[in-house]
Write a protein that binds this ligand. Structure first.
Ligand code: FDA
Length: 404
């Protein structure tokens, strides 16, 4: 037993949000223990961003997050911003660069972020209890939280649920925070894999397999919210054909808005009028075959597949406008029906989670369970691709850490 006396907080999960909460609270003078079943902290950080950790996005704001309450993330994001995280990096002399506008990565390695968080925790005298399997979390007669692991029992006046989502079980992801939240009476927004490749039925797979490895720029169109909050969101980015279906950033972004039975809307020629392009090509280069014409606009293998399936043989000059127009309409709004996703094994994040209705947006504390906090991916706040999920981990962790 690490001490029968009462700690200020036990934080469950030594990931991005948990370590941020621990360091913030520890440096403010709280006695904090972080418990994790892994032997090493921040394993997801280490593999993120291809090993360079896309640690934030300069434009991160509530509009880049999915949540049943789109306003919930506002307060925490405003009080701990991407600039605050950059100040922290500067103090630790961690070099970074922007890969795409606003999207920031480490110059050297994601390991630097983990080392920084561990150093920050050390500075706050935070105790790390790694390789501890959490067996139970309950409240005792004095109203203290008791966290029992296979190696010790801890008592604290607060517990922070920071064990993340269900994505990548082989890295130790579990539904512990969701389960504990439920047990303490909080509601859960149905979790689902997000930022995940989409899969297709046998009919589509037959031709998609032929295109495996082909990548191109597209725009995916997604519908978010309902009623007065409804809005269309367009993600213009790369798409990749795989052996199981579609991947690439534009698809991963769309996957967060996708659920079973929904179509996927893809513009294969974003920013261009596909019907006009095909008519111009017919007029300008009438002797070209269909595949050669399409290859001036699209990757060659896709052009060949589309010509075989949608255009007659012979030169484009002899093809009826109606046929070319129909293909143009299809190219600018290609409706495909995914049959699922590659699931938590491949999903970068989990959408849904602990319902924000039960939490204070200022402190992340459960409204009806004083002393119980939830931060990071375990909460129903899911960011777009591009560093937003880490920003949420830093901001929500910081908000809880200050309130402990
Ligand atoms: P996180 O998952 O970081 O930490 C949870 C901790 O809880 C872990 O240490 C885990 O071991 C522990 N835990 C889980 N269950 C437990 C149990 N039962 N008992 C004890 N401990 C338990 N985001 C981004 O913004 N930019 C990026 O570049 C990337 N890249 C990326 C790549 C890949 C491959 C993945 C899978 C994910 C990303 N992400 C990302 C998402 C990002 O990693 C994620 O949103 C944050 O790590 C969430 O931080 P949390 O602290 O909430 O959970």
């Amino acid at each position: 037993m690490a001490g029968a006396d009462v700690l200020d907080a036990v934080i469950l999960g030594a990931g991005a949000a948990g370590m941020m909460a621990a360091a913030t609270a520890g440096q403010a003078g709280c006695r904090v223990v972080v418990v994790d079943h892994a032997a090493q902290p921040g394993r997801k950080i280490l593999i993120s961003g291809g090993g360079r950790c896309n640690f934030t996005h300069l434009e991160s704001g509530p509009g880049m997050f999915l949540s049943a309450n789109p306003h919930f993330a506002k307060s925490a994001l405003a009080r701990y911003t991407p600039r605050d995280f950059l100040d922290l990096l500067a103090r630790h002399r961690i070099a970074w660069h922007a890969k795409a506008p606003g999207q920031l990565f480490c110059d050297r390695s994601a390991g630097e972020i983990v080392e920084m968080l561990v150093r920050e925790c050390r500075q706050g005298h935070v105790e790390m209890a790694l390789s501890n399997r959490i067996i139970a979390v309950r409240r005792d007669a004095d109203g203290c939280f008791v966290v029992e692991t296979d190696r010790m029992a801890l008592r604290a006046r607060a517990v922070v649920l920071a064990t993340g989502g269900l994505s990548i079980p082989k890295l130790g992801a579990t539904g512990l925070s969701h389960d504990l939240a439920r047990r303490f009476g909080l509601k859960i927004v149905e979790p689902a894999p997000a930022l995940v490749p989409l899969t297709f039925g046998a009919g589509d797979r037959e031709w998609m397999v032929e295109l495996a490895g082909v990548s191109m720029e597209v725009a995916t169109r997604c519908h978010a919210g309902a009623g007065r909050r409804a809005r269309d969101i367009v993600f213009r980015d790369g798409m990749l054909f795989t052996h199981r279906g579609l991947s690439g950033p534009a698809i991963l972004q769309a996957s967060s808005y996708w659920s079973a039975g929904m179509a996927l809307d893809i513009d294969c020629l974003p920013g261009r009028d596909a019907v006009r392009c095909l008519r111009d090509l017919k007029r300008g280069r009438p002797r070209m075959g269909g595949a050669a014409m399409l290859a001036t606009l699209l990757p060659q293998r896709l052009a060949h597949m589309l010509a075989t399936r949608h255009l007659p043989d012979g030169p484009v000059g002899e093809m009826p406008d109606s046929v070319l127009d129909a293909l143009g309409v299809m190219l600018s709004s290609w409706r495909l029906m995914p049959n699922g996703s590659e699931g938590y094994v491949k999903a970068e994040v989990t959408r849904g989670g602990i319902d924000t209705d039960g939490l204070s947006s200022q402190t992340m504390e459960a409204r009806d369970v004083p002393g119980l906090f939830a931060v990071g991916e375990a909460v129903d706040v899911t960011g777009w691709l591009g560093g937003h999920n880490f920003q949420w981990a830093w901001s929500s962790g910081h908000a809880a850490g200050r309130a402990l």
